[in-house]
Design a protein around this ligand. Structure first.
Ligand code: GDP
Length: 290
């Protein structure tokens, strides 16, 4: 399902998440490990405020691990508790509970000193669509709880799911909108599948992806498509060569550019060529953190 975000709709989503946040001790902010900046909601700090936060970098299996380290360091410096996971294959999930314990240590120490009884840590997941919220809930719970797919807003009765020894997770994630203003962010959201019906033109998304791979993984790109193209050739030459090699032709033996665009986007999106983190920390720091 494609969510259309309108101002009224955004305000409602924010209000609902803010309301749910009152029930929890810690927030799990879920981001895509391939785009740890671009996959964050633009108002997330305003929404979460001072509540203890575990930043979960999901889809680790499709990301660049050296870049992930840098992002984890950055999030830790912000006072958050970062963990990188692969929710789909259930990797590293134990660390989520451990991070939640650390993030709430002070709060629970305060409760103990006031004589309050020990209790489970309450948590909820927040993130933009398609970042893996439902997949993570289901894996943590070890059963199918959350429907994968998206319904913004909260319609059903919410329940707590027991996870590990010390955690209770709200079964309904908070869904917030992605960043819309920035064209480059839009391309990154599209190339990773966060936005399916792109607000950016698909030819631009394919070109963005191709240029990223040409700059960062050239040898592997050439090998993957088995094409005879040089670094100096333009994107059209690449589209031509890939189209011919894969037999994506139209009448008159012309390359079917739309098919090539779709192929490139799908193969990058599904990590068929390699694993990448498109938000390179040093670039994001230079361009956005000021
Ligand atoms: P939600 O909209 O945030 O609830 O996202 P979903 O849980 O529906 O996941 C969106 C897509 O990402 C689905 O196709 C999942 O299988 C996939 N996905 C989720 N987590 C991971 C992961 O860690 N690795 C990979 N490779 N795919 C994932």
């Amino acid at each position: 399902m494609v969510i259309q975000w309108y101002p009224g709709h955004m305000a409602k989503a924010k209000r609902q998440v803010t309301e749910q946040l009152k029930k929890v001790d810690v927030v799990f902010e879920l981001v895509d490990a391939r785009i740890p900046y671009s996959s964050r909601n633009p108002m997330i700090d305003e929404v979460i405020q001072q509540k203890p936060r575990v930043v979960i970098l999901n889809k680790k299996d499709m990301a660049n691990l050296a870049e992930l380290e840098k992002w984890a360091t950055y999030f830790a410096e912000q006072g958050f508790y970062p963990v990188a996971v692969d929710a789909k294959h259930g990797k590293n999930l134990k660390q989520v509970e451990q991070a939640a314990i650390k993030a709430t240590e002070e709060k629970f120490a305060r409760e103990r000193s006031k004589g309050l009884k020990p209790r489970a840590i309450r948590a909820m997941i927040v993130g933009i669509p398609n970042v893996g919220k439902s997949t993570l809930i289901n894996k943590l719970a070890n059963r199918a709880i959350a429907k994968t797919g998206n319904t913004p807003g909260v319609t059903k009765q919410q329940q707590w799911i027991k996870i590990g020894k010390s955690l209770q997770l709200l079964d309904t994630p908070g869904i917030l909108w992605p960043k819309f203003e920035d064209q480059l962010v839009g391309k990154k959201l599209s190339i990773t599948g966060a936005i399916k019906d792109s607000i950016v033109h698909l030819d631009e998304v394919a070109i963005y992806g191709l240029e990223f791979l040409r700059a960062h993984d050239y040898d592997n790109l050439v090998k993957h498509y088995n094409v005879d193209v040089s670094q100096d050739d333009d994107n059209i030459a690449w589209f031509e060569a890939i189209g011919r090699r894969r037999g994506l032709l139209q009448r008159g033996n012309e390359v079917d550019y739309e098919a090539v665009i779709e192929l490139i986007i799908n193969e990058i999106r599904n990590a068929k060529i390699g694993t990448y983190t498109f938000d390179i920390f040093s670039e994001i720091e230079r361009d956005y953190f000021g």
